[in-house]
Design a protein around this ligand. Structure first.
Ligand code: LLP
Length: 429
């Protein structure tokens, strides 16, 4: 990531802040997010919407990647909308001052309470996942004398090549209405007859950490097919089409994926082509990236604890965090780049298994990591942890969640306080 550098002392820096100084000031473990980098990426997304869609549409930040009030403020100040997927994420965005009209509410099983919160706050786009939700929402909106703007979550039947737990577009998925069997079309037909919902668009999301562009181009084509069928048979031209997120990022230097402006270029070309073929107006286009906005902008800093070198087996380097603050290796065997932040200019010639402090053997952050020769007390940095780390953290083993620090131009500030032991018992009776 361009926000990372090495200074004259051989220390890793992020947005001009020395990581060892951050570790000293705030303690470890800590998450550190570069505000500059988040803003730079947001801008390049909004610029490509200008370029490829004449500004007819915009990126939406999928806040599940990293949601807190300051992050909502930063992305919306860059002109992005916010996607939320639970009452909690919705509440956070509202508390951050995001207006309902800029919020898109996803989820495959929203509760009545969550739907009510959305309607009470004029959420501009409730993405309906299934028939039962459609009926429930129409009823709730009716009771409140409201008309809810909705989109339909569609399963376009596309198999993106990524880890099976984060693949979502295929037929066997818990998300959305099936396109192939006509389920999605029937839902649109039903929605258009309802008094208290207004169908404004279609949505799909085919998966996450996708490295190729073909599945996105294919999804756009397939979704416009449904958009066209609704136009032809139901005589309604839907306003918007949301093609979801899923753009890959670098976890390792060798990770090879298509830069997203190439997706944007190819997808927009396909959209224009298909609209021209069908003779339909270009709908307002949205995409919904999470990981690619914040993933590479974030790192985690730890202090190295004990080192266990088991001859002919492996070298365990223990850190003061673990699966409670980054469960991604335990869940998906995710790759990460690790380095000793205070020795960043030295050769990475030591092979380590980075072990957390939780009471289970699978609590690893990385295996076969090439790092600089470690000593107890060193600062270990794990890169590309901005997305799905804090947001997936837990209190396993009653470990308090670490603080999150935002950095910009050599300055740092706390944006989420670290939890204390008192926080851990706060709700205990
Ligand atoms: N829109 C919808 C409806 C989604 O379900 C997701 C991700 C996104 C947008 C954003 O996708 P992104 O651009 O971040 O790939 N915990 C997993 C990732 C799960 C992604 C779930 N949905 C991980 O740590 O890899």
């Amino acid at each position: 990531s361009p926000c990372l550098n090495i200074n004259e002392n051989g220390h890793l820096t992020i947005s001009g802040c020395d990581t060892t100084a951050l570790a000293k000031q705030y303690g470890t473990p800590i998450y550190v997010i570069s505000e500059e980098e988040v803003r730079r990426i947001c801008r390049s997304y909004t610029e490509s919407f200008q370029k490829y869609y004449n500004g007819n549409g915009r990126p939406i930040y999928a806040s599940k990647a990293f949601n807190c009030k300051e992050m909502c403020r930063v992305v919306t100040s860059e002109g992005l909308d916010v996607e939320v997927v639970s009452g909690g994420e919705l509440y956070t965005a509202l508390q951050a001052g995001v207006s309902g009209g800029r919020i898109h509410f996803q989820g495959n099983n929203k509760s009545s309470k969550e739907l009510e919160l959305a309607i009470d706050n004029d959420v501009g786009d409730i993405v309906v996942d299934n028939f039962s939700e459609l009926e429930k929402l129409n009823k709730i909106a009716g009771e409140k004398g409201a008309i809810a703007n909705i989109s339909l979550r569609v399963k376009p039947g596309i198999d993106a090549h990524t880890h099976e737990f984060i693949r979502t577009g295929q037929v066997d998925s818990k998300f959305g209405l099936d396109l192939e069997s006509g389920e999605a079309f029937s839902a649109a037909k039903r929605a258009l007859k309802m008094d208290n919902v207004k169908l404004i668009g279609l949505h799909c999301h085919i998966g996450s950490q996708i490295m190729e562009k073909e599945p996105f181009v294919h999804a756009a084509e397939v979704m416009l097919g449904l958009h066209h069928r609704i136009y032809k048979e139901l005589e309604v031209e839907l306003e918007q089409l949301n093609l979801g997120g899923g753009f890959g990022i670098h976890y390792l230097e060798t990770d090879d994926f298509i830069p997203y402006h190439e997706y944007m270029q190819e997808v927009s070309a396909k959209i224009s082509e298909v609209c021209a073929k069908y003779g339909i107006k270009l709908p307002r286009i949205y995409i919904e990236p999470g990981r690619s906005i914040v993933g590479e902008a974030g790192i985690t800093l730890y202090t190295v604890g004990n080192i266990k070198e088991i001859p002919n087996v492996r070298n365990y380097v223990a850190i003061d965090g673990g699966m409670y603050e980054n469960p991604r290796y335990a869940l998906y065997q995710s790759d990460y780049t690790c380095l000793i932040a205070n020795k960043a200019n030295r050769p990475a010639d030591y092979v380590a298994t980075i072990a957390g402090k939780c009471c289970e053997s699978g609590d690893l952050i990385q295996e076969h990591a090439h790092i600089q020769s470690p000593e107890e007390g060193d600062i270990l940095a794990v890169l590309s942890t901005g997305a799905y780390n804090y947001s997936m953290a837990s209190n396993y083993n009653r470990n308090p969640r670490p603080a999150c620090i935002m950095v910009s131009q050599g300055e740092s500030r706390v944006i989420i306080r670290g939890e204390t032991y008192e926080d851990l018992v706060r709700n205990d009776l």
